[in-house]
Ligand binder design. Structure first.
Ligand code: GLA
Length: 442
C-alpha cells in the first residue's frame, strides 16, 4: 500500500512538474488513483481484461434483473463485411419514423454508419427515413485518419480522410444528415507507430512533449481537414476521449499508449486542445461504456475538465449504452439523472440492447424479442419524459446499427430490425409505438 502510495505521489509530482513547465495552465486535473502500467499494447486493438465487480440492479417494468456483473469492455468493432442487400425487404416500418418521433422532443436520432450501406437500395432508404445523424462506425477512428508516410516525411501529424469517410461525408452533406465525430483519444484502434519516435514502430517511444504535440496535431489537423473539405458544419458533437475509466474507477493505464506516454493528465490535454480548435457549434464529449456502473468516477473525471477560471472544457457526456435486456433500467436512469445534474449535455451514443445478460444467453424467440421491445420503449420513453420535463439536456440518441445482421454483436440480436430488415418490437419500442412494442403480448 505504502509502495503504491509513494508511486502515486511520485507520479503526481512528475505530472505537476511537466505541466508547470509546458503550459500556462496552472493546475493539473485531480484524477482517480493510478494503477501502474505493466504492459503496453503491441497491437492497435487490444481489449483490457476487466475486473468484474458485483453490482446491484433494480427491476423495472420491462425487464427482470438477473445479472449481477459488470459488462466487460466492448470489443473493438470488427470491420463489418459488406452484407448483401437483404432480398424482399419489407419497408412497412417506414410509415413510422424514429427521427420524427424524437424531433418532437428536440432530440436527434442517429445510427452508426458504414460506407457500403450507401447502396441506392433499401438499406440506404431506411437510414434516410429513420435517422438524421450518423457516427462512422470505424472510419474516423485514429486507425483510419493518418497518413503515416507523410507523418514520417514531415515529422508532424498529417491527417488524411479515407475514401469511405469522404463517401459518407458527401452523402451526409447531400442529404442533410448531421454527424458525431468519433473519436480522437482512445486506447484502442489507434496505430501503435503514432507513439514512437519518427512515427516508426521500430523506434523507441516518443516523449511526453512530442506526444502532446501529436495530440494537438491530430485534433487541429482533423478540424482543418474537415473544414477544407467543406464538411465541418455537418458536425454537432465530437468524442474527444473514449473509454478512459476502468470499472473500478482507476484510469485505464494498461495497453493505453496515451496514458503511458503523456501521463494521467492526457484526458485534460485532449479537451484543452479540442477546445482550442473546435468551432463553438461542435460539442465536445467524454464517451464511455458500462456508464451506469461507474457514474461516480465519470462525474469525478468530468469535474476536473475545467480551465483556469473553472469553466468546463467539456460540453457533454456520451453514454455508450451497450445494454442487455436483463440490465436494470432503474439503475440506468439513476445514472442519467446524476450526470444530467452536472448541467452538461448528454447523449446516448452507441445504443444497442442485447438479449439476455453479459454471460447469459437467452433464446432469440418471440417472447424475448417482446421483452427487448418493452426495454427500448421504457428506456427511450423515460429519457424523452426527462427531456420534456427539462431535467435532461439530451441532444441525440444514436443506435449502434439498426439491423441484427449488420451489428457488431449480431449473435445477441441487439438491434431494431431483424436480419431481413423487417421491424422488431424493438423498433416500435424505440419509435414509442407502445401497442407494437411487445406490450400486447403481456
Ligand atoms: C466502443 C467504441 C465504438 C465501437 C464499440 C464496438 O464502444 O466506442 O466505436 O468500437 O466499442 O463496436
Amino acid at each position: 500500500m505504502k509502495k503504491i502510495l509513494s508511486r502515486v505521489l511520485a507520479l503526481a509530482l512528475v505530472v505537476c512538474l511537466c505541466v508547470g513547465c509546458s503550459s500556462t495552465v496552472e493546475e493539473t486535473p485531480t484524477t482517480t488513483p493510478v494503477e501502474e502500467s505493466t504492459e503496453t499494447a503491441t497491437t492497435t486493438d487490444s481489449t483490457e481484461n476487466q475486473d468484474k465487480t458485483a453490482v446491484e440492479s433494480d427491476s423495472t417494468t420491462a425487464t427482470e434483473d438477473t445479472t449481477s456483473e459488470v459488462t466487460p469492455a466492448p470489443e473493438t468493432t470488427p470491420e463489418p463485411e459488406a452484407t448483401p442487400e437483404p432480398e424482399d425487404v419489407a419497408n412497412e416500418a417506414l410509415e413510422v419514423s424514429i427521427k420524427d418521433v424524437f424531433a418532437q422532443h428536440g432530440v436527434k436520432a442517429g445510427t452508426c454508419m458504414n460506407a457500403f450501406w450507401i447502396n441506392g437500395g433499401a438499406t440506404e432508404e431506411l437510414i434516410l427515413n429513420q435517422f438524421n445523424s450518423i457516427t462512422m462506425e470505424n472510419n474516423m477512428k485514429p486507425d483510419y485518419i493518418f497518413d503515416q508516410a507523410k507523418c514520417q516525411e514531415t515529422g508532424e501529424v498529417v491527417i488524411s480522410l479515407n475514401p469511405d469517410a469522404v463517401k459518407m461525408l458527401d452523402w451526409a452533406k447531400k442529404n442533410g444528415v448531421a454527424l458525431r465525430g468519433h473519436t480522437f483519444v482512445w486506447y484502442s484502434q489507434t496505430p501503435a507507430w503514432l507513439f514512437n519516435e519518427n512515427f516508426d514502430s521500430k523506434s523507441p517511444k516518443a516523449s511526453r512533449e512530442v506526444m502532446l504535440e501529436r495530440m494537438e496535431g491530430m485534433i487541429k489537423g482533423m478540424f482543418e481537414a474537415l473544414e477544407e473539405g467543406g464538411y465541418l458544419e455537418l458536425f454537432y458533437a465530437y468524442d474527444v476521449v473514449n473509454e478512459a475509466v476502468n470499472d473500478d474507477g482507476t484510469l485505464r493505464s494498461m495497453w493505453n499508449n496515451w496514458y503511458e506516454t503523456v501521463g494521467e493528465d492526457y484526458i485534460w490535454w485532449a479537451f484543452y486542445y479540442a477546445n482550442k480548435y473546435a468551432p463553438d457549434y461542435i460539442d465536445l464529449y467524454y464517451n464511455d461504456y458500462n456508464e451506469q456502473f461507474k457514474t461516480k468516477y465519470i462525474v469525478d473525471l468530468v469535474k476536473t475538465l475545467v480551465d483556469d477560471e473553472g469553466n468546463y472544457l467539456i460540453d457533454g457526456i456520451g453514454c455508450q449504452a451497450h445494454l442487455y435486456t436483463m440490465d436494470g433500467l432503474t439503475e440506468y436512469f439513476k445514472h442519467i439523472d446524476t450526470i444530467a445534474a452536472l448541467g452538461l449535455k448528454v447523449e446516448l451514443t452507441e445504443l444497442d440492447v442485447e438479449l439476455g445478460a453479459w454471460q447469459k444467453d437467452i433464446p432469440a424467440n418471440e417472447e424475448n424479442y417482446n421483452v427487448q421491445g418493452r426495454y427500448y420503449y421504457d428506456l427511450i420513453g423515460g429519457l424523452l419524459e426527462r427531456v420534456d420535463a427539462g431535467t435532461l439536456n439530451l441532444d441525440a440518441i444514436t443506435f449502434w446499427g439498426f439491423n441484427d445482421a449488420l451489428s457488431w454483436r449480431k449473435e445477441k440480436k441487439p438491434c431494431l430490425y431483424y436480419a431481413d430488415q423487417t421491424p422488431k418490437p424493438a423498433f416500435y419500442g424505440a419509435a414509442q409505438v407502445k401497442e407494437l412494442a411487445g406490450y400486447e403480448e403481456e
